[in-house]
Design a protein around this ligand. Structure first.
Ligand code: FPP
Ligand code: MG
Length: 360
C-alpha cells in the first residue's frame, strides 16, 4: 500500500519509516517460517510475492504510532516516536501471516491459478500442499502471537481466525444464491476480509497502551475500511483489467459468488432484464464438475463479462457499489477523530482514500 499512496510532502518521512517497518516484517517472517525441511522453505519463498501492499502490517504500526504520539499537526514525528520493535513488529508479522494463509486457502477454494501476476501455490504444487501450507502459516502466526506477552491479543487473533472462516462458510452457504440480500453480503465481507483489518488496527493501538475507547474506534475504522477494501476488490473482479490486477477477471461469478454490484443489479432490474442477467450468470458458472471456462483463462474482458458490465450500467450498479465504498471510507476517516491529530493519523486517512482508488 505505501508505494501507491499519493502522500503529501510532510508525510514522506513517515512513509519511508513505514517502508522500513515493512522490511522488518519481511525479515521476521523469514525467521519465523524457517524450517529444517527444504521443501517447506521453497514453498515459503514462493509466498514472497503474495505480500503485495502490506496493508495490515502498515495498519498495526500506524495505529500504534498514532495512539502513542502526541498531538502534532504539522511536525514530522521524531524517529523515537516510531519504534519498529515488538510487540508491534510481532503483531504486524502475525497479521501478515494470517492474511497470506487466507489467500493460500482462498485460491484452493476458488480454483485460482494466478495471484498478483504469478502462479498460485495450488497451481504450482496442488491443493494438498496449499492446504497444509496455509495451516503451517496459521500455526506459525498463533505461535508468534502467543509469545508476545499479551494473552488477550492471542485470544483476539484466534477469534479473528474463527471469524474469517465463518465468513467463508457463510459465503459458501450462499453460493449460487441469486437473491442474496445486501445485508448478507456485508455480513460475509465484514467477516472474511474486514475482521483481520480491524484486528490489526485494534491490536496496534492496544500494544501502545491506548484506552479501550480508542481501540474500539480503531476497530470500527478497520471494519469500515475492510468492507470498502473488499467492495473495491469485488468491483475490480467485474470491471478491472487482468493485465493490471494480476488475476483473471470474473472469478467471483464463475464461483457463484454474487457481489455488491450484481446483487444491486438483480434487485433493481426489471423482470425481463433480470432474467437475461441470470442466464448470463448461469453461462459463466460451470456446474459440477467444475472445469474452468477456457475462454476466461487469459482474456482481459471475457465476452460474458462485457455483457454483464453493460447490464449493470443500466441499473447504475457499479456506481452504487462505488458510492457505498466511498461512504464507508468517509465514515472510517471520521473514526480516526478518536486519535490525537498527528502525522500517523494523517497517513491513515491517506491510506483510507487509497483503498478505493486502487486499480490493483
Ligand atoms: C479473499 O476473497 C478471501 C478472503 C479475504 C478470506 C479467505 C479466508 C479463508 C479461506 C479462511 C481460511 C482461514 C485461515 C485462518 C487460514 P476473494 O476470493 O473475494 O478475493 P481474491 O480476489 O483476492 O481472491
Ligand atoms: Mg479468491
Amino acid at each position: 500500500m505505501p508505494a501507491m499512496l499519493d502522500v503529501p510532502a510532510h508525510l514522506l518521512p513517515l512513509q519511508s519509516r513505514l517502508a522500513d517497518a515493512a522490511a522488518a516484517v519481511h525479515l521476521r517472517l523469514a525467521r519465523e517460517l524457517a524450517s529444517d525441511i527444504p521443501a517447506v522453505n521453497r514453498l515459503c519463498r514462493h509466498l514472497e510475492r503474495y505480500h503485495g501492499k502490506m496493508l495490515r502490517p502498515a495498519l498495526v504500526f500506524l495505529c500504534g504510532w498514532a495512539a502513542a504520539a502526541p498531538e502534532a499537526p504539522a511536525g514530522p514525528p521524531p524517529e523515537a516516536d516510531l519504534p519498529i520493535a515488538d510487540p508491534h513488529l510481532g503483531l504486524a508479522t502475525v497479521c501478515e501471516m494470517i492474511h497470506v494463509a487466507t489467500l493460500v486457502h482462498d485460491d484452493v477454494l476458488d480454483d485460482a491459478d494466478t495471484r498478483r501476476g504469478g502462479v498460485t501455490v495450488n497451481a504450482l504444487r496442488g491443493n494438498e500442499a496449499a492446504v497444509i501450507l496455509g495451516d503451517f502459516l496459521f500455526s506459525a502466526a498463533y505461535r508468534l502471537c502467543s509469545s508476545l506477552g499479551d494473552p488477550d491479543a492471542a485470544v483476539a487473533i484466534a477469534q479473528c481466525g474463527m471469524t474469517l472462516c465463518a465468513g467463508e462458510l457463510l459465503q459458501l452457504d450462499h453460493r449460487l444464491d441469486y437473491s442474496i440480500p445486501e445485508d448478507t453480503y456485508f455480513g460475509i465481507v465484514e467477516r472474511k476480509t474486514a475482521s483481520l483489518i480491524a484486528t490489526a488496527c485494534r491490536l496496534g493501538a492496544r500494544a501502545s497502551g491506548a484506552p479501550a475507547a480508542v481501540q474500539d474506534a480503531l476497530h470500527r475504522f478497520g471494519l469500515r475500511l475492510g468492507v470498502a477494501f473488499q467492495i473495491q476488490d469485488d468491483l475490480l473482479d467485474l470491471t478491472g483489467l487482468q493485465s493490471v490486477v494480476g488475476k483473471p477477471m470474473g472469478k467471483d461469478v464463475e464461483k457463484g459468488k454474487l457481489t455488491l454490484p450484481l446483487i444491486h443489479h438483480l434487485a433493481a432490474a426489471q423482470p425481463e432484464r433480470r432474467a437475461r442477467t441470470l442466464r448470463l450468470i448461469d453461462d459463466m458458472t460451470p456446474q459440477p464438475p467444475q472445469a474452468p471456462l477456457p475462454t476466461q483463462a487469459h482474456a482481459d474482458a471475457p465476452p460474458h463479462l462485457d455483457a454483464l458490465r453493460a447490464a449493470m450500467r443500466q441499473t447504475d450498479s457499479i456506481a452504487h457499489a462505488r458510492a457505498v465504498a466511498a461512504d464507508l471510507v468517509e465514515r472510517a476517516k471520521a473514526d480516526l477523530a478518536a486519535l490525537p491529530d498527528n502525522a500517523p493519523r494523517r497517513l491513515l486517512a491517506v491510506m483510507a482514500d487509497a483503498v478505493i482508488t486502487r486499480a490493483v
